[in-house]
Design a protein around this ligand. Structure first.
Ligand SMILES: [Zn+2]
Length: 367
């Protein structure tokens, strides 16, 4: 065989190899995506009664667990977790829920760090979970070399007290590709929403939700209270993954799609429980908030994560010690912490003062 031909053959093979690599990289890139899974524990219309909310505000305990490699490696962008948690705390505060994080802890496990290669041994993660806390687990990457996902979020149970956030994803902001650690997006908020019993706005677990919100309609029935996410102030929606563009200012939903009745979907692109653009998830609806409160008040596991108002030292009893702490808080020259303010401000006038002490004394004496 002439030498020249050999070279040609070699270069053809090389070209095919390069084309193959190019396409596989491209395909991975095109499909690079995040996804979310939550195991819905028996949720239907009867199990969700968002009218039963009684508390005006709630304080819940939480803890971050950072999964490290056994040699100490932790390939997470510096402060990504902390920045994301700051967004989470501020967002939930707006809705009357203070998430109080205890000191974070590290878990050293190669099996968990490379969970996608190791058969997802999530039990190694869950064995650390504490019942009286919402347990947030963070993983830097998910290493799906041949897969289509780069980022992943999961609430182990809906409702439940364990969630994890892993990996990253790149999204366009205007014409710039920006890469995000999922930890530093609204995804931890989304997963905590699942823990507190919220479903995706595009959920079909209870059948497809119709767009219409009027009872009288000759074409179609209003089914929002028993279909989709079971809530009526979240608009009917298909999954809006990759359907919302963000130009640096506005979030815009692109597709024009209709439900089975022929009505055009107009999903809330700002809803935390959707698959919207990372820069666009900013809000829960009133019914979503009521449902989260109802879960915190009534669910056997979630109610254990709540610190009772007035229990200043979180020792599960309200007694003279709490009064002493409250007096110290009032007399202190330091600015009051969020935790002391939320637990001590019993009459919700945004200050801890003598009136709150009187209310606490009344509580102790059961007046
Ligand atoms: Zn989700």
């Amino acid at each position: 065989m002439p030498y020249g031909k050999k070279i040609n053959k070699h270069s053809i093979l090389q070209s095919i190899w390069f084309i193959g690599i190019f396409f596989s990289l491209n395909l991975n890139f095109i499909h690079a995506d995040w996804d979310c899974y939550s195991n819905i524990v028996h949720q239907n219309q009867e199990s969700i009664s968002y009218t039963s909310r009684e508390l005006e505000k709630a304080v819940i305990r939480a803890k971050v667990w950072k999964i490290h490699r056994e040699d100490g490696v932790f390939e997470m962008t510096e402060n990504a977790i902390e920045n994301g948690l700051e967004k989470l705390v501020n967002s939930f505060k707006e809705y009357g829920i203070l998430v109080n994080f205890l000191e974070p802890e590290n878990i050293y496990s190669d099996s968990l760090y490379y969970f996608a290669y190791n058969g997802r041994p999530f039990e190694l993660m869950q064995s650390h979970s504490v019942d009286s806390l919402i347990n947030f687990y963070y993983l830097p990457n998910i290493n799906y070399t041949n897969g289509t996902l780069t980022g992943y979020g999961q609430a182990f149970n809906t409702p439940g007290n364990e969630l994890f956030v892993a990996g990253n994803e790149c999204k366009y902001v205007s014409d710039q590709l920006v890469c995000y650690d999922l930890a530093d997006t609204f995804i931890p908020i989304h997963e905590l929403g699942h823990c507190l019993s919220l479903l995706h706005t595009h959920s079909t677990a209870n059948g497809s939700e119709h767009v219409i919100r009027t009872i009288q309609d000759s074409l179609c029935s209003m089914n929002c209270s028993y279909s989709g996410d079971l809530l009526c102030d979240t608009d009917a929606s298909l999954s809006i993954k990759n359907d919302v563009i963000y130009d640096g200012i506005d979030c815009t939903y692109i597709p024009i799609e209709t439900d089975e009745c022929g009505y055009i979907y107009e999903p809330q692109v700002e809803n935390f429980m959707s698959y919207t653009h990372f820069e666009c998830g900013t809000a829960f609806t009133e019914e979503q908030v009521s449902q989260m409160f109802s879960t915190l008040e009534n669910h056997n596991i979630l109610s254990q994560t709540v610190i009772n108002l007035g229990d200043m030292n979180d020792d599960l009893v309200i007694n003279i010690l709490d009064i002493l702490i409250m007096v110290n808080v009032i007399l202190s020259n330091d600015s009051i912490s969020d935790l002391d303010l939320w637990l001590g401000d019993l009459n919700n006038d945004i200050i801890v003062d003598i009136i709150d002490i009187i209310l606490l004394v009344n509580t102790i004496m059961d007046i």
